[in-house]
Design a protein around this ligand. Sequence first.
Ligand code: MF3
Ligand code: CO
Ligand code: CO
Length: 289
Amino acid sequence: MRLGRNDPCWCNSGKKYKQCHAAMDEKIAQYKAKGAKVPSHKIIKTPAQIEGIRKAGVLNTEILNMVEEKICAGMSTDDINTLVHEFTVSHGGTPAPLGYCGFPKSVCTSINNVVCHGIPSPDEFLKEGDIVNVDVTTILDGYYADASRMFCIGEVSPEAKKLVQVTKESVDLALKEVKPWGFLGDIGYVISQYIYANGYTVLRDIGGHGVGNDFHEDPYVCHIGERGKGMLLVPGMVFTIEPMVNAGKEPFFEDEANGWTIYTKDGSLSAQWEYTVLVTEDGAEVITH
Ligand code: MF3
Ligand code: CO
Ligand code: CO
């Protein structure tokens, strides 16, 4: 049944449809008629959900800040897991990775040639010169926020430093593309162009995702794309941008041993940076700053 203009809006704002999402839905329908891939209502967060996701984002950022303060050479990746787990739980949150599809720990820690999904271990120690990604996903009051940062342990090589920096810059460039009536392809376009211009490669088959009501939701956010292609961006969409960038020319393979950890095929370094972002009325809000 079609929603009447005087009916309450589908987003539960309490406003009439005509004073809330009616105009936006109309515009989306026009894009759809022209052949664009458009988001369903399920993908568009309600004001209440956005509030909840923001709070999860605040805690997620506090966790990453805490890791940033404590991370150092000599620490095991299991020590990072303990820090993240205890901080999360003591602040009323739940670490989303723990038990997710059987993942055994509360955080992913991916060192040097590990592309992503490294499993913390008491036998794996951080050493001077390492680059490590710590990927934290927090559930708070049922809402999810997901972000990761790279950390350089002591002095790292100029090559490692540049890879980490270029990866971060690619996400910052992509943020400028996050605005209503843009396209997911714009994000993939600017990221891949920037990464290739620096002589690196970026994974096509592991990427960002809708997030907020669940850990991984639609849409898939590919970091390789074409301008004007892919799903239309509209206010209320929440998704991650999280390119995995390899210094070498090869993509990845899955570790047979644990079924999770992905390594670069040629042993080259890999870096990743991840934000959760919200499409606002006039641009982007980083949920995980
Ligand atoms: N945090 C990762 C992401 O950015 C997903 C990790 S899944 C896990 O999507 F099970 F390994 F935690
Ligand atoms: Co993610
Ligand atoms: Co993540």
